[in-house]
Design a protein around this ligand. Structure first.
Ligand code: GLU
Length: 301
């Protein structure tokens, strides 16, 4: 009888784009990594639109991203979750965090924080400012070591007070901060595995800290290399990364797979996307993803 054995954790992965611009080659590599990892583990793969910052989101970009994913053959499970529909949940969670006594209101300006080196120094911790409109809400950090094992990058740790400082949960402009929303949604969606770009590695200890304060499970994390241009900049709308050409879906997928340690044969470029993806799922091995912060994109892409 094995009734008493623990049940294996069900794999639930996700891709969580911010709709600030269409998918470019760098975001495709991250999407593909989470897709392959989920599908090769017979898991669920969800898409979540992180649309919490309307001024940075050109209307229709969410639709465009979904069309691109679809055209590339990256089919997700279930409904797409929009963070903009979840403000009440974030608000209720913020209330719970405030009840721990660890939150405080803060009127510090960005230039001031920049002038002290970018890491918040706790100036408003004990000022007891009211939680009122126009002030940010931060959570106190401490100097205990927050360490986790990344499935690609290995052990990573931070002491938050020193490395990030007390961080924002609610911004001055009234928008919920990414760190809060991502933790709430990963928990509510039952995400067991987070596979995303290396640029978010340094956010992970903050997210694990919030999970602990809220009594949430911590997923398994894996951070894949970020694709950078010849100047070493992350591909992004600001750096004029081209939106990917979905008409050449197989070529784009073939290229992207090669940055993740997969070695499809040259001849596979002519396969339909679904076949190429099926090959990728069969051959996926997270251990062969390069253990690098970033990889420079070859100019031919
Ligand atoms: N929305 C974030 C981004 O596009 C990703 C969040 C995450 O994967 O945790 O950079």
């Amino acid at each position: 009888m094995n009734n008493y054995l623990p049940q294996p954790v069900r794999y639930v992965g996700r891709f969580a784009p911010s709709p600030t611009g269409p998918l470019h080659f760098g975001s495709l590599v991250a999407a593909l990594a989470s897709y392959f990892d989920a599908r090769s583990n017979k898991g669920t793969w969800l898409v979540r639109m992180e649309d919490l910052d309307p001024p940075r989101e050109p209307p229709g970009t969410d639709e465009l991203i979904l069309e691109q994913l679809h055209a590339l053959g990256l089919e997700w499970d279930g409904e797409v979750l929009y963070q903009s529909n979840r403000l009440e949940v974030y608000s209720a969670t913020l209330k719970r965090l405030k009840a721990t006594g660890l939150c405080f209101a803060c009127d510090c300006t960005r230039p001031r924080i920049k002038s002290i080196g970018g890491i918040y120094d706790g100036r408003c911790r004990n000022r007891k400012l009211p939680f009122s409109a126009g002030l940010a809400t931060r959570v106190k950090t401490d100097n205990s070591l927050h360490e986790f094992e990344d499935a690609i990058q290995g052990s990573y740790s931070q002491t938050l007070e020193q490395d990030t400082g007390d961080f924002t949960l609610l911004r001055k402009d009234g928008l919920f901060a990414y760190q809060l929303a991502v933790v709430v949604d990963d928990a509510d969606q039952g995400i067991s595995h987070v596979v995303r770009g290396y640029d978010l590695l340094e956010s992970t200890p903050r997210q694990i800290y919030l999970q602990k304060l809220l009594g949430f499970m911590t997923p398994q994390y894996a951070h894949v290399p970020v694709i950078v241009n010849e100047q070493g900049q992350k591909l992004s709308k600001q750096h004029f990364a081209d939106a990917i050409e979905v008409k050449a879906a197989s070529k784009v997928l073939h290229n992207a797979m090669r940055y993740l340690g997969l070695r499809p044969a040259n001849s596979q470029i002519s396969e339909p996307p679904a076949e190429l993806l099926a090959w990728g799922i069969d051959n996926w091995d997270i251990q062969t993803v390069p253990k690098l912060a970033n990889i420079q994109m070859h100019s031919a892409h």
